[in-house]
Ligand binder design. Sequence first.
Ligand SMILES: *[C@@H]1O[C@H](CO)[C@@H](O)[C@H](O)[C@H]1NC(C)=O
Ligand SMILES: [Cu+2]
Length: 218
Amino acid sequence: MFAKSLLLSLLTVSVANAHFTLRYPEPLGKSAAKQDQGPCGGYSIDSNTPVTQFHVDGDAVAYASSHPEVKVLFRIIEGNSPDGPNSFKGYPIVEQYGSGDFCEPKVTAPKDLVGKQGIVQVVQNAVDGMLYACAYVRFVSGVNSNLPDTCKNGTGVDADFAEDPSLEAILGGSTGTPSSSETTSAPTATNPPSSGSLKSFSLVAGVVGFAVAILGGL
Ligand SMILES: *[C@@H]1O[C@H](CO)[C@@H](O)[C@H](O)[C@H]1NC(C)=O
Ligand SMILES: [Cu+2]
């Protein structure tokens, strides 16, 4: 137990400056040195920026995180300016636990973005502040049925839906001004399950599993 927590704190110290590394879609740049600078961690879009196809009905956003606990916003932006007016929540805000690889394979974008270019921005509210990374994408229709190898969760890495007013504020624009649609967010298809329902699902699954185990033992 002691050895384990010692190892854990050593690991945390040794990667403390790495913050997180966006793996998919391909980021504007790979260095985390300026990751505390919004909107894109010190990078901007230029003629050398890689463009990844992003499926509007579900695609992967994968990163490796050095922090054992962060809240994460997956933000979809239309056009090539991170300050652009049209930005959307690609997935409910999650709280991710455990450091290592994390991938959310079902990030979505509005269907009317198909054929357009845009930005997938990942913002983490971490122990050392807000951290930013962006990828330049071209929106395509459908679901990505060929997820990248980088789309995986490390051992012990998990997540739950969460709320985070500072991350919500970013949705309105990188100036942090909440948009009017944000202030009236009601639960909808694009703003789904609360952490409560996810937790109670695990609870139910656990109870059912327990009952099955007992019956199996009889
Ligand atoms: C990683 O974990 C999250 C949270 O449990 C989950 O939503 C996601 O589907 C997982 N990713 C993969 C690639 O299984
Ligand atoms: Cu950090």
